[in-house]
Ligand binder design. Structure first.
Ligand SMILES: [Zn+2]
Length: 250
């Protein structure tokens, strides 16, 4: 299984508009969230960011079997317009939760005829070629957004993608799927900004996920400090800082 990070940034991207890399201490650009998982039999994208066109071209993706959306916030789903127009030609299965589909219907009515969106439920085991994708609930933007993370299984390897979370929900059905991954991509800002959530120890929360390798994403030098400091803070906790278009497995 090849795993490529398509976007390690959060809402505004890096650099945000009206700034430059140098002024915010960023060494490289960060696109909005996305992960590419590829095997010989399947190509899957997790999240469809507003940067999707650039991400697909840069990563040289020439076919896409399925796209899964964590939730319908703009940074995770804003590329649905670009993808939607091409879905009838590429045949991509688009899958999202019921609340995301309802946002799609209300906000992008013109796309509904082009995309045959399928609903995902917590704990579903969705087969795409030789991959199994399992959506699990996380705490973020509820109840308007039933935000999920995804566990992706392939030949005994487990990759977890949970880029936008305040907490995990281990007591809800399938809520413990975030645990015990070989490779975890997880929200990094609350770790890099100590005072972001006063009442939550996010390092402990991510530590409890007990992944072999943890990569922090959904970060932004504009808010989280210069790249160098972000790397140091991540490493202090035994984590890594994500980088766009880096391949993490394969
Ligand atoms: Zn969000």
């Amino acid at each position: 299984m090849n795993v490529t990070l398509l976007g390690s940034g959060e809402m505004t991207g890096v650099p945000p508009m009206f700034t430059d890399l140098e002024s915010i201490g960023a060494e490289r650009r960060r696109r909005r969230p996305g992960l590419l998982v590829e095997t010989a039999a399947a190509t899957v994208m997790l999240d469809v960011s507003p940067d999707v066109r650039e991400q697909v071209l840069e990563a040289q993706i020439d076919t896409l079997d399925a796209a899964f959306v964590t939730h319908f916030h703009h940074d995770h789903a804003g590329g649905i317009d670009d993808l939607g127009l091409l879905v009838p030609h590429v045949g991509t299965d688009v899958r999202m939760t019921e609340t995301a589909i309802s946002h799609l219907r209300n906000e992008r009515e013109y796309l509904v005829d082009d995309i045959d969106v399928e609903t995902i439920q917590h704990g579903d085991q969705v087969t795409v070629g030789d991959l199994t994708v399992v959506p699990f609930p996380v705490a973020h933007g509820r109840p308007e957004f039933d935000t999920v993370g995804f566990a992706v299984y392939h030949e005994g390897t487990k990759v977890v993608y949970a880029p936008d979370v305040e907490r995990f929900c281990p007591d809800r059905p399938a809520g413990a799927e975030y645990r015990d991954a070989d490779l975890l991509f997880v929200e990094g800002s609350p770790i890099l900004q100590e005072d972001l959530y006063d009442e939550i120890d996010f390092v402990e929360i991510v530590g409890e996920a007990a992944a072999d390798r943890t990569v922090l994403v959904h970060v932004n030098e504009f808010f989280d400090g210069p790249t160098e400091t972000m790397v140091e803070t991540a490493e202090e906790h035994g984590f890594e800082l994500g980088q766009d278009f880096e391949t993490y497995l394969g």
